[in-house]
Design a protein around this ligand. Structure first.
Ligand code: 48F
Length: 261
């Protein structure tokens, strides 16, 4: 039996890694923005891979409401909640409360059911770039426990037509790209102190391409554009995820037509 269990795991696990070593879109981070983007891109037919450093989903949603079992979403994001079949209750002033456990489960299920692949326990370490002017064409990654051990083990590669940084406050992928590929011309001022109302709007407005092949969504957008942070309100994160999905889909579709023309 042990032989069969082990072989089933190794065979399928390596098949998955092989199949997803080349994708249309690689998303780093399975928080609210990354999972939302994954679903809307996958349902358009793109091959989507999400790398998540932890062995769980949701990013900041779980601890979001200061660990209370309630988070807030504003009216503008209700269509997204309905797409994912997440229930909500009015809290007045255009705000709605959502159960964080339900939001985590349904965002992840929505992304997976739409066809996105989520691989857990992966730390994205670096980008791959090509060309002059340069374009981001993929990622370097390593298993999280190895990264945490501090031992030097060479990472593996995933090639992607588009990379989306959905890593949250530290914009980890964009940050490494800015530091190691200065020719990309990325500035990273970092986020400002809180002003939720303004930031919830600006985070969506500024969502998009940061450099050729590299996009920002969610709190990563605030780090790249020096926007204020917000509290435990998640509508902007999901609206940002949906917007980046639309932009990436448009760019990739136009690139395919340009190649064919
Ligand atoms: O932090 P996170 O939830 O990002 P988000 O989608 O949403 C932010 C909100 O949760 C909240 C907020 C707004 O109300 O302020 O913080 O922008 O999710 C980011 C995910 O990315 C993973 C991390 O474990 C988390 O689940 N992550 C971060 N860096 C890496 C990574 C990395 N280098 N490689 C892989 N995963």
């Amino acid at each position: 039996m042990e032989l069969k269990i082990g072989r089933a795991i190794i065979k399928k696990g390596l098949e998955v890694l092989y199949e997803y070593s080349d994708v249309d879109v690689a998303i780093v981070g399975a928080g609210p923005s990354g999972l939302t983007a994954a679903r809307y891109l996958a349902e358009k037919g793109f091959k989507v891979l999400v790398f998540e450093r932890r062995f769980s989903f949701g990013g900041g949603i779980g601890p979001g409401g200061n660990m209370l079992p309630s988070i807030v979403v504003q009216e503008e994001a209700l269509p997204i909640l309905r797409d994912f079949k997440v229930r909500y209750q009015p809290a007045g002033d255009g705000l709605y409360t959502v159960d964080p456990a339900e939001l985590i489960a349904k965002l992840a299920a929505g992304a997976i059911d739409a066809g996105a692949k989520i691989i857990l326990g992966v730390h994205v370490d670096d980008v791959i770039f090509r060309g002059d002017p340069p374009r981001v064409v993929g990622l370097l990654w390593i298993w999280t426990p190895i990264q945490m051990s501090g031992m030097h083990v060479d990472p593996l590669y995933t090639m992607a037509k588009a990379v989306i940084d959905a890593t949250g406050h530290d914009a980890e992928v964009i940050s490494v790209a800015a530091r190691k590929v200065p020719e990309l011309g990325i500035q990273l001022p970092g986020e400002k102190s809180a002003w939720s109302e303004v930031s919830e709007k600006l985070v969506v407005e500024y969502t998009g391409k940061v450099a050729p092949g590299l996009y920002a969504t969610g709190m990563a957008v605030t780090a790249v554009h020096g926007l204020p942070r917000m509290g435990p309100i998640f509508g902007g994160m999901m609206l940002s995820g949906r917007k980046v999905a639309e932009l990436v889909a448009k760019d990739l579709t136009e690139e395919v037509y340009a190649v064919r023309a």
